[in-house]
Design a protein around this ligand. Structure first.
Ligand code: AMP
Ligand code: MG
Length: 360
């Protein structure tokens, strides 16, 4: 079958049901030959390579310009495959797998010697996930391999939630992208470590703290309340890097009683200094302050719908970056349910944070 290409990267259109089967087969063949294929998952697009092929995995780090000490998540289709890559599993692994797989949950488990060191950045553990997106599952089954896949963006830039985002960062650097439209969750998977005496959240995501507590109770430890400024060794190597960030500096105005006033004061200050701000706001803030429509603007759903805001976040950051702004001012959300993941990403992307008791 003929496929469109951009700078040598094949665009395998799986949105057209007549071509989806052929697109998945072509993508699987590339993975089996040691190539790189970006594919949709329910969280964001992943950049896949055969996890057991160290040359292929090295190509992921090169294409993304990812620091070599940041390990990859290995995508699988069954518990049997999980057992093939790991040492004895703790009971919590079975409980969580039963409840949340396939889905946006990654488990960090003790690894055996099956996978090459490059895939796990030399760690004695491996991060694994069974994704729920039908195209991701179809691709993994067709390839019949464990597939290492970090987000399919250049390291540090916002994660891709469409094939166009993938191509904007990686056209010419990867073999193909499997185009399955936009990703329904929009932020990366929740990462839970089962290495210590208690299960610990290393990264908030689509499976929320509240959902995990429903299975694990108060045993669960949340290690994500940080602001990302680790000095020693962080529990997940990825925690120490600035992430998800647009090119323009991002100023985050956190939720709180005086959020609107803090936002206006910040905008006035920026305008007085000759800056051109672009805004990332909720529908409610825009309704209360219609004057803000004069700025380049992305509406991030309703304050009451953090799931929709999560879905739209990365696309909105990329669009603002493509418009003539020199600073992005974003409104913060309340930290509950997926709002925790949203705020974690916004804080990691932010250059300055304006909190309730901070600079107002
Ligand atoms: P990404 O695939 O870019 O969404 O990032 C994967 C995240 O999982 C990063 O924050 C990694 O540091 C983390 N991770 C992957 N493998 C491990 C591991 N073995 N132990 C702890 N964290 C891990
Ligand atoms: Mg990433």
């Amino acid at each position: 079958m003929e496929w469109q290409e951009l700078k040598g990267t094949k665009i395998l259109d799986a949105q057209d049901p007549d071509r989806a089967g052929a697109a998945v087969r072509e993508a699987a063949a590339i993975l089996r030959e040691g190539g790189l294929v970006a594919f949709p998952t329910e969280t964001v697009y992943g950049l896949g390579a055969a996890a057991g092929n160290s040359a292929a995995v090295h190509k992921i780090f090169a294409a993304k310009q990812r620091p070599p000490d940041n390990p990859l998540i290995v995508h699988l289709t069954s518990m049997e495959q999980v057992r093939e890559l790991t040492l004895a599993l703790p009971p919590a692994a079975y409980l969580l797998a039963e409840r949340f797989w396939p889905g946006p949950l990654t488990l960090v488990l003790p690894k055996n010697a099956t996978l090459p060191a490059v895939t796990t950045a030399g760690l004695p553990s491996v991060a694994v996930r069974i994704p729920a997106h039908p195209l991701a599952l179809a691709l993994l089954k067709e390839a019949a391999l464990p597939v290492a896949a970090p987000s399919a963006n250049l390291s540090g830039s916002p994660s891709p939630t469409t094939a166009a985002h993938v191509l904007a960062d990686l056209a010419g650097r990867i073999d193909a992208v499997l185009d399955g439209g936009s990703c329904p969750v929009g932020v990366e998977s929740t990462v839970v470590s089962l290495l210590g005496p208690k299960p610990a959240i290393l990264r908030p995501g689509g499976v929320t703290l509240e959902m995990l507590r429903g299975v694990l109770g108060e045993e669960l430890v949340d290690l994500t309340a940080d602001r990302g400024d680790f000095t020693g060794t962080p529990p997940a190597p990825g925690m120490k890097y600035r992430h998800y960030a647009p090119r323009a500096p991002l100023y985050l105005v956190e939720a709180g009683r005086k959020q609107g006033k803090r936002l206006e004061a910040l905008l006035q200050d920026l305008l007085a200094r000759g800056k051109r701000p672009g805004l990332l706001l909720t529908r409610e803030t825009l309704q209360a302050r219609p004057g803000l429509k004069a700025f380049p603007l992305e509406i991030l759903a309703s304050r009451r719908d953090p799931a929709a805001a999560a879905r739209e976040l990365y696309g909105a950051l990329r669009r603002l970056d493509d418009s003539p702004v020199d600073v992005i001012v974003a409104e913060g959300f309340k930290e509950r349910q997926i709002g925790r993941a949203l705020m974690n990403r916004l804080r990691k992307a932010a250059d300055l944070i304006f909190a309730e008791n901070g600079r107002d």
